[in-house]
Design a binder for this molecule. Structure first.
Ligand SMILES: Cc1cc2nc3c(=O)[nH]c(=O)nc-3n(C[C@H](O)[C@H](O)[C@H](O)COP(=O)(O)OP(=O)(O)OC[C@H]3O[C@@H](n4cnc5c(N)ncnc54)[C@H](O)[C@@H]3O)c2cc1C
Length: 434
């Protein structure tokens, strides 16, 4: 490949499978940094998604957005993101201390909760027309290192395309993950499930009371075998309500998202005092109730294909229980590091080095967050035998809550990545797969 004045002779072709948060953030960055490259997102879903739930983005995620581009951080405000002050307030939900306020989780800056679809729409506006292709489900992948563009994607409509690199941002059921790791690393069901809904604030006030709803915090209720959560979104006009359960045995359904018997929820919320009654009011007033199974694949030995032309990001790379609210933040951190290393690429032969640096830095960080999230899952459903639902013992843990998530210097990580990339540009095993 001949280069002229640092520019490539031919346009590099990058495909991104899946059109979620990780994907849109990465596409925004790549199309801005490399307007001469061909960047395509292939999203299986035929229309704009309308998912009725919000996500909380902590300091690290807000910082990562800003480092990718200030415009992405602005998208959070544009989508009606609500600053939570205090960020997270922990309450006891069951037992003799039901209703006791344990305390607030200290965070370096307020967490921001945002309606997922609103955020997605704000991100989508920040990528050029023609980049996102809806209704394109990736079906299979092949690699030919002698070909001009070594990675070939085949879609479920039988069309194909060939690219220089493929980034799998296709979520927990990732086809790209399956291609790289095979069936041994497929997601599995945890023994829990959750119900989620976003309701107008007036309805929430009626169920929970005005005083409860006036505090713009994320309330987390720890109980025996369950965790309840409420927070604001849509500039405070709506409230998200979640009831999650652990220890419920194997998931007996084929689909991960099913319609649910309201009587079962009544039984699950029986021991939860006033908060249980308020939650029930919200969930029972919906025409139908649904449950989403807890699923995870917390262990991933590599994010790369053997030739390092294909990489995993977001939930496709590693997915863990949502009890620290860290998944979307990690997806954004992935997009930041991919933008950093791919931003340095000036030739197709740089791609494996760039993706190996990404893998070597991101995998340990995600593994630590996955381990912390699994620990949090036990703690927040009252299943840590040392803590249970004892307010004093829970209070003792607040100062270190989520510390794995905040304790990161993202600019330092970018510097490290740039250094590793420059050291190994063109070499075959920089930051090698382990
Ligand atoms: C109950 C719950 C609460 C949560 N709360 C938080 C929170 O507060 N904060 C937080 O940071 N995270 C939270 N998370 C986690 C967060 O939702 C995920 O980690 C995040 O959305 C992952 O984004 P992604 O872009 O990797 O994947 P996704 O958003 O799942 O996007 C993947 C996309 O790929 C598409 N796709 C799939 N297969 C194919 C294919 N073969 N071809 C093409 N496209 C395909 C899908 O249609 C989808 O659009 C929560 C998760 C749950 C379950």
């Amino acid at each position: 490949m001949l280069k002229q004045a640092g520019r490539m002779e031919k346009t590099l072709r990058i495909a991104i499978a899946g059109g979620g948060i990780a994907s849109l953030c990465l596409a925004h960055s790549l199309t801005t940094q490399h307007p001469d490259w061909s960047i395509q997102i292939y999203e299986a879903s035929p229309q704009i998604r309308d998912e009725g739930a919000a996500i909380g983005l902590a300091t690290n995620a807000q910082e990562a957005l800003k480092l990718i581009s200030p415009s992405l951080r602005e998208a959070l405000d544009e989508a009606g993101g609500v600053e939570c002050v205090p960020a997270v307030r922990i309450m006891v939900g069951t037992g003799k201390d039901s209703g006791v306020c344990v305390g607030d989780v200290p965070q370096p800056t307020p967490q921001i909760t945002v309606h997922r679809t609103a955020f997605w729409n704000a991100l989508r506006k920040r990528i050029p027309d023609g980049v996102l292709q809806l209704g394109k489900r990736l079906a299979s992948i092949s690699t030919d290192l002698d070909a001009e563009h070594p990675v070939t994607l085949t879609f479920s409509d039988s069309t194909t395309t060939s690219v220089d690199a493929l980034i799998g941002c296709d979520g927990i059921n990732s086809t790209v993950r399956q291609h790289i790791l095979g069936p041994d690393y497929a997601p599995f069901y945890t023994s829990g499930y959750n119900h989620r809904v976003v309701v107008p604030l007036a309805e929430a006030e009626e169920a929970f009371g005005k005083e409860y709803c006036s505090l713009r915090t994320q309330y987390g209720w720890i109980g025996d075998g369950g965790f309840l959560l409420t927070d604001h979104c849509d500039e405070g006009r709506s409230m998200q309500v979640i009831a999650g359960w652990s220890d419920k045995g194997p998931w007996p359904y084929e689909a991960p998202f099913v319609e649910w018997d309201k009587e079962r929820l009544k039984r699950d919320l029986e021991d939860w005092g006033d908060i249980g009654k308020a939650m029930l009011k919200i969930f029972l007033s919906r025409p139908t109730l649904h449950a989403a199974a807890g699923r995870t694949h917390p262990h991933t030995p590599t994010y790369l294909s053997p030739s390092a032309h294909i990489a995993l990001a977001g939930d496709a790379a590693q997915s863990f229980p949502p009890f620290l609210g860290a998944g979307a933040g990690q997806a954004i951190e992935d997009a930041l590091l991919l933008s950093t290393v791919l931003g340095l690429v000036t030739s197709p032969s740089d791609i494996p080095s760039a993706l190996r640096v990404y893998d070597s830095i991101r995998r340990p960080r995600r593994a630590a967050i996955a381990a912390a999230s699994m620990k949090a899952a036990r703690l927040m459903t009252g299943r840590d035998p040392e803590v249970g639902v004892d307010p004093e013992r829970i209070r003792g843990l607040l100062p270190v809550w989520k510390k794995e998530i905040f304790g990161v210097d993202l600019e330092g990580v970018q510097r490290e990545a740039r250094g590793l990339f420059e050291k190994g540009r063109g070499k075959s095993d920089v930051g090698g797969e382990s």
